[in-house]
Design a protein around this ligand. Structure first.
Ligand code: MEV
Length: 321
């Protein structure tokens, strides 16, 4: 028996970090998908092979240990916690292709958690609803990262362009019939989401009178951006992105490389650009209704860039045989 599940990464258009404090956010699932295959094993081990990252490991469910020689084995923790949600610990071979830059603010860990939970549950003939997959995957992120909003795991599960209501009380699919052409620029420097969320929390604890209004302001930006997106008001979408970027800088999650890409994108014709995701390395998003080509060329002179399209499809399970 072999089961395959895949789930998309995401790019946040508005509201990252503020979402951790119960504020709304807008994000899109992107057409880059983590893919997880689960196969029978002839042993009692759970062997994981993350093929595109060259990471191999083995998980012992009796004592929870992960055995791996890879220096980048941190991702195996997400896989162990995801498996724990829907498996009794008997042997399995798990092959994964992440296909999404890791630590790039593009929701790679959430996509891996969602796809792993979906694949392993289907392998065990456990019928999970999408909301259960999203809930379990969020619990996995919380366990591994200590703090995480449900944003990444929600987008990865449902796909599309989503407005996540305050306190994640509801998700609203923004059904638009036009493209939101964006370019993602990313650096080799990885951002650690858990540490960055913690750093913002510390800054907020120390300067709460200053930081709280910034978080409130991001909330207002996100609400206004929702209207701008629904009205395809390109100028306003771009301006709101630029303001949001300034506030993320003030929260302390910007870097020289991210700043460089943000301004390179604007100079190359992007209507707006900002950090996307946790920051501290990772990625920027540039809104390019006048064309993505020049922006990609300008960013790739020094860093990497890709054009991202909205993926309408969220988590997907296929029984291969
Ligand atoms: C990370 O993609 C987004 C953050 O808001 C953290 C989170 O929502 O869990 C920085």
């Amino acid at each position: 028996m072999q089961v395959r599940a895949s789930a998309p990464g995401k790019a946040i258009l508005f509201g990252e970090h503020a979402v951790v404090y119960g504020k709304p956010a807008i994000a899109m699932a992107i057409n880059k998908r983590a893919c997880v295959d689960v196969l029978e094993s002839s042993t009692n081990n759970i062997n994981v092979n993350i093929r595109d990252l060259g990471i191999k490991g083995s998980i012992n469910f009796d004592n929870g240990t992960i055995m791996s020689d890879s220096p980048k084995k941190g991702i195996l923790k997400y896989i162990r916690e995801s498996i724990k949600k829907v498996h009794d610990g008997s042997g399995m071979e798990i092959n994964i292709d992440v296909n999404i830059p890791i630590g790039g603010g593009l929701g790679s860990s959430a996509a891996v958690a969602v796809a792993t939970i979906a694949a392993v549950s289907a392998y065990n003939k456990i019928d999970l609803k999408e909301e259960e997959i999203a809930k379990y995957a969020h619990e996995v992120e919380l366990k591994v990262q200590k703090s995480a909003s449900p944003l990444d795991t929600t987008i990865s599960t449902y796909g599309g362009l989503i407005y996540l209501e305050s306190n994640a009380e509801d998700i609203v699919q923004l059904d638009i019939d036009y493209d939101i052409p964006v370019v993602i620029g990313y650096t080799d420097t990885r951002g650690d989401t858990g540490k960055l969320v913690e750093a913002v929390k510390i800054r907020r604890d120390i300067y709460s009178d200053i930081i709280d209004p910034l978080i409130d302001s991001i909330e207002l930006i996100t609400e206004e951006a929702k209207e701008a997106i629904l009205n395809d008001d390109k100028k306003r979408i771009g301006e709101l992105m630029n303001i949001n970027h300034g506030l993320l800088d003030a929260l302390g999650v910007n870097t020289k490389e991210l700043s460089g890409m943000v301004y390179t994108a604007r100079n190359a014709g992007a209507c707006g650009s900002k950090i996307t995701g946790a920051g501290g390395g990772g990625s920027i998003i540039a809104y390019c209704p006048n064309g993505t080509g020049k922006v990609i060329s300008a960013i790739t002179e020094t860093e990497s860039a890709l054009k991202a399209d909205i993926s309408k499809e969220g988590v997907k399970i296929t029984n291969l045989y």
